[in-house]
Ligand binder design. Structure first.
Ligand code: SAH
Length: 338
């Protein structure tokens, strides 16, 4: 089944030709979805009847959570099949940044992550990734300038749809978003890091590192059994060289597990020679994972240690901490409510 709003402009042109419609309809439809951000074809005054019956994939804002501490908003979106996904809108000096999901659930099984506890339900289609942004922009009459693919799911486990999403969001007939304003976060599927490097856009790659020792990393991130740390870092170096961008390394800090001196020292060795950025994220504890979040001082200590070792390290600002939580936690707390 084809959902017409999943198509890139090139695919739309081909499709329109195939069904025997006039070529200019392709651009009209593409703009309808990606510039006007509409979903109901009957809302268009200038589309012929034959084109109003095409299948469109829909997404709606299901629930909004407003932070009382800052202007962060968290969302639950509902999909055609009733599945829920989540996202976050953050306000910065430069504008709005939105974190979006790429899958319903996830099959990567990182031990500290809530999104993966029920496995992968399904991949999101391009229109469902785009729709998270469009629906928020429409609801608040804003322009989202930066997008972070760091919600639920593993973007590189949904690679074809990811590439289509990138092509559509960048298209000047649509949102016209610069690649530089897009960040993709991965748990480290090396072959896809090379593929994205060869796609060769100025997209920021963020690698979820979380531990510089392979044996320890395997315990919290099963993907490390398949692609070991050296292999992944090599892929990141290739990404940096090929695209000329600085790779971000995410480091979820877990008390007593990955915040020892040995970790700091090994990290600095591992990232030596790269123009990297280390983003320290204090653990958001979840029920299924017994470990603790280090206190503020320990987080600061780890950061200072990294800086002393010559690494550019920052602590992730915790926006909307009152409305809870990273990855998957929002969706799950709402499932419990219902
Ligand atoms: N699958 C991708 C993107 C989604 S996870 C990836 O692994 O990068 C986004 C980030 O949030 C990852 O760095 C992930 O490890 C981190 N994360 C997940 N659960 C967390 C938790 N409970 N506390 C802190 N960080 C968490």
């Amino acid at each position: 089944m084809i959902y017409i709003n999943d198509l890139t402009f090139e695919e739309m042109k081909e499709y329109i030709k195939k069904i025997g419609e006039k070529p200019f309809r392709a651009e009209q439809l593409f703009r309808f979805f990606n510039s006007e951000k509409k979903l109901n074809l009957n809302e268009s005054s200038n589309l012929p009847k034959s084109l109003r019956d095409l299948d469109v994939s829909k997404i709606k804002i299901h629930k909004i959570f407003n932070s009382e501490l800052d202007e962060t908003k968290k969302f639950l979106f509902s999909l055609d099949d009733g599945n829920l996904i989540e996202g976050v809108l953050m306000k910065y000096k430069y504008g709005y940044a939105q974190c979006i999901s790429t899958q319903v659930g996830c099959r990567m099984n990182c031990s500290f992550c809530a999104s993966t506890k029920k496995g992968l339900v399904r991949n999101l289609r391009p229109s469902e990734m785009l729709g998270q942004i469009y629906q928020v922009e429409k609801a608040f009459d804003i322009n989202v300038s930066n997008v972070i693919l760091m919600g639920s799911g593993e973007p590189f486990d949904n690679f074809d749809n990811l590439l289509k999403f990138l092509e559509i969001i960048h298209d000047e007939k649509g949102h016209n978003m610069s690649y530089k304003n897009i960040t993709i976060s991965t748990c480290g599927i090396s072959p896809k890091i090379y593929e994205l490097a060869d796609y060769n856009k100025k997209i920021t790659l963020a690698l979820s590192l979380h531990n510089p020792f392979n044996e320890e990393r395997k315990k919290i991130m099963p993907i490390a059994k398949k692609y070991d740390i050296n292999e992944v870092i090599k892929a990141c170096k290739y990404y940096e060289e090929k695209t000329g961008t600085r790779v971000t390394f995410e480091y979820t800090l877990i008390d007593g597990v990955n915040n020892k001196d040995a970790h700091a020292n090994e990290l600095s060795k591992l990232l030596k020679g790269m123009r990297s950025h280390l983003n320290i994220i204090p653990l958001n504890p979840i029920e299924e994972y017994q470990e603790k979040r280090p206190d503020r001082k320990k987080v600061e200590d780890f950061k200072n240690k990294m800086n002393k070792l010559g690494l550019n390290a920052t602590i992730r600002r915790e926006l909307g901490s009152d409305i809870s939580a990273s990855c998957g936690q929002l969706k799950r707390s709402s499932e419990v409510e219902h």
